[in-house]
Design a protein around this ligand. Structure first.
Ligand code: URA
Length: 233
């Protein structure tokens, strides 16, 4: 990889900023100042420092965000703030959200730069579980809970796959689905003549939304969490 690309990928700056940093002698490769942007480097073995701090190369970055409402799940939007605006400083340039939560949906969103994992997590083939905490306009009946569980016509070619619907004592519904159709939870509730009043995703595959991760906050996944999510696929 070229040195300027390595620096830009690690979000040291834009390509042109990186060139300036290089010219100014801010970057060393294996202890020697390097000013040439196109210097080939081996990101696994060379020691590259910016202003004296080593840049530790990680191929993939995995972030868990507790998405607030009123934020768009996208990498950019012409008018509205996006989930990426919350990740500051961005640890890598090529991050993207894995799947989509509606603008008013809150909770667990995975953000990473691992295209293969993202593909697997979103593929209908792998049936990754997603659990939502759902507030509703009215308490569903037993038969409506059974209908949510057994599969519903929500206007698509096929019915929804079997799901798990547990009504909590506080009147909130815990709904676990294995697909990720457009507005799926809202449409499932509509199909049983109800309406979603609040929606929060609390788990995605093996990953649970940590209790101590406040809305709008994010952190990188721990090694154990990465292992769970990457190697359980
Ligand atoms: N189902 C929905 O209806 N909306 C979401 O954001 C996620 C699942």
């Amino acid at each position: 990889m070229r040195l300027d690309k390595f620096l830009a990928n690690n979000n040291i700056g834009t390509r042109s900023q990186v060139k300036e940093y290089l010219k100014g002698g801010s970057v060393t490769v294996n202890g020697t100042i390097c000013k040439k942007a196109d210097t080939p480097i081996n990101e696994d073995s060379d020691i590259i420092c910016f202003r004296g701090n080593q840049i530790v190369y990680r191929k993939f970055i995995y972030i868990i965000l507790n998405k607030p409402g009123d934020i768009v799940t996208a990498t950019r939007d012409k008018k509205l703030p996006t989930v990426m605006d919350l990740i500051k400083p961005l640890p890598a340039k090529d991050l993207f959200p894995v799947g989509r939560l509606d603008r008013d949906t809150t909770g667990l969103l995975l953000i990473c730069n691992d295209g293969e994992l993202s593909h697997k997590l979103l593929s209908p083939k792998y049936h990754v579980d997603k659990t939502y905490l759902v507030g509703m306009e009215r308490k569903p009946s037993m038969s409506e809970l059974e209908a949510l569980e057994s599969g519903l016509d929500i206007g698509d070619d096929t019915k929804t796959l079997p799901a798990k619907a547990v009504l909590r004592e506080d009147g909130m519904l815990l709904l676990t689905i294995h697909e990720g159709r457009y507005h799926q939870v809202k449409r499932m509730l509509e199909a049983v003549d109800n309406k979603v009043t609040s929606l929060k995703r609390i788990s995605f595959g093996n990953l649970n939304l940590p209790d101590d991760l406040e809305e709008g906050k994010w952190r990188e996944l721990t090694e154990d969490e990465i292992h769970e999510i990457v190697f359980s696929r």
